[in-house]
Design a protein around this ligand. Structure first.
Ligand SMILES: Cc1cc2nc3c(=O)[nH]c(=O)nc-3n(C[C@H](O)[C@H](O)[C@H](O)COP(=O)(O)OP(=O)(O)OC[C@H]3O[C@@H](n4cnc5c(N)ncnc54)[C@H](O)[C@@H]3O)c2cc1C
Ligand code: FES
Length: 346
């Protein structure tokens, strides 16, 4: 990565648009900071949606083993925007798409860990106080730089901005991943008082406040946080007073199920905010008695709502396999693509 402290000027080929990439920053995030609608999804090298062609200049690849970057890409001078730091001024080819225009320009803030609390046996909430404002929409995520961990990790906020719209706190709900580097540091090394760099907001699966359709939020496993943020956003938005929100949480076993208490605390609970849960694995020795739905969330959503899904705004978050199954089910039901919002968790 360039280290002389000077910003690089990046030009978009076939247009006169340019932007600056600051020292230590990557192509994608500096473009978004400048308000350019650079297509992306994960920000962590996995999805491949942020590819661009390098027409002139040179870049350092931050994580050459990123799963979203292939040998063929390398041959064709195609790079991942989220993993490329320009060595000097560059010209790149990529097609901006209005869908990706940032609602809030991403920025770096310093976050001090103030509290941790257990949500389930493997999910904890981490609360950070911020050194400066980081406005965001319900459902968006931020990148956390963790001590000793290569590359930032993406985590979705579970809270919403306060009434003034200027959040000085971010809450994350994080699932411990066995042998995971980032979650290893978060769960085993980060104590209240620790300060980390937080960069955000990112993500397109945010609450559409101008759409008055009933909402279905589907959260699987670690996908709790952005769906809780969306439910909180709906409860706090007067323009959505007539909108009903159905929340469906999917876990593997009964002890994984969570989120209900967070919805119960919201105005409109049981009147227009509803919670249901499904587990995919109920074995006779399960520790908790289970009287909810059994099955994968996509089949449970299908049997609960059927063709009504076509008239709903649908948000979902969770592991890629769950996301793929939900997408297949929604396509089969002919749910319009514009009503479906997700950022996959890689
Ligand atoms: C948009 C988005 C939102 C997410 N929101 C949540 C959430 O709210 N809650 C939650 O629990 N999880 C969330 N995740 C998953 C989370 O980001 C991590 O993947 C997960 O916690 C495992 O991280 P780990 O470091 O413990 O595991 P690891 O297996 O060590 O790391 C996996 C992740 O780190 C990246 N990575 C690995 N090595 C490198 C490297 N050398 N350089 C750069 N990157 C590297 C991978 O692309 C992958 O994203 C989200 C993911 C995405 C993409
Ligand atoms: S690989 Fe860059 S945004 Fe997913």
């Amino acid at each position: 990565m360039h280290s002389d402290g000077h910003a690089r000027r990046i030009t978009l080929a076939a247009s006169d648009q340019t932007f600056e990439c600051g020292a230590g920053d990557v192509m994608l995030r500096s473009a978004l900071r400048a308000g350019i609608a650079f297509p992306y999804e994960c920000n962590v090298g996995a999805c491949g949606n942020c590819k661009f062609e390098l027409v002139e200049g040179e870049v350092d690849v931050v994580w050459p083993e990123a799963p979203g970057w292939s040998a063929k890409d390398r041959e064709r001078r195609r790079y991942l925007g989220c993993q490329s730091a320009p060595r000097g001024d560059c010209t790149i080819r990529m097609r901006p798409s209005a869908h990706y225009a940032p609602k809030h320009a991403p920025r770096h803030v310093s976050g001090t860990l103030t509290a941790r609390r257990a949500i389930t046996h493997d999910i904890e909430e981490f609360c950070f106080d911020l050194s400066g404002d980081m406005p965001f929409e319900p459902g968006q995520y931020a990148l956390l730089t963790l001590p000793g961990v290569a590359g930032p990790r993406a985590y979705s906020m579970s809270n919403i901005a306060d009434a003034a719209g200027q959040p000085r706190e971010l809450h994350f709900q994080i699932r411990r991943v066995p042998n995971g580097q980032g979650t290893g540091v978060l769960f085993d090394a980060l104590e209240p008082g620790a300060r980390i760099d937080i960069d955000g907001p990112y993500g397109m699966a945010y609450l559409r406040r101008d759409v008055k359709r009933d909402i279905l939020c589907i959260a699987g496993g670690s996908g709790l946080a952005p769906m809780i943020s969306i439910a909180r956003g709906v409860a706090a938005e007067p323009a959505l007073d007539d909108v009903k929100l159905h929340f469906l949480y999917g876990g593997r076993t009964p002890r994984d199920v969570c989120g209900r208490d967070m919805l119960e605390a919201l105005p409109g609970w049981a009147e227009r905010l509803h919670f249901q849960a499904a587990v995919s694995d109920v074995t006779p020795d399960s520790e908790t008695v289970w009287d909810g739905h059994v099955g994968f969330v996509h089949t449970v959503a299908e049997s609960l709502f059927g063709e009504r899904l076509r008239d709903m705004e649908i948000y979902f978050a969770g592991p890629p396999a769950m996301g793929a199954a939900i997408q297949r089910a929604l396509v089969a039901l002919k749910v319009p693509f514009e009503q479906v919002h997700f950022d996959q968790f890689y």
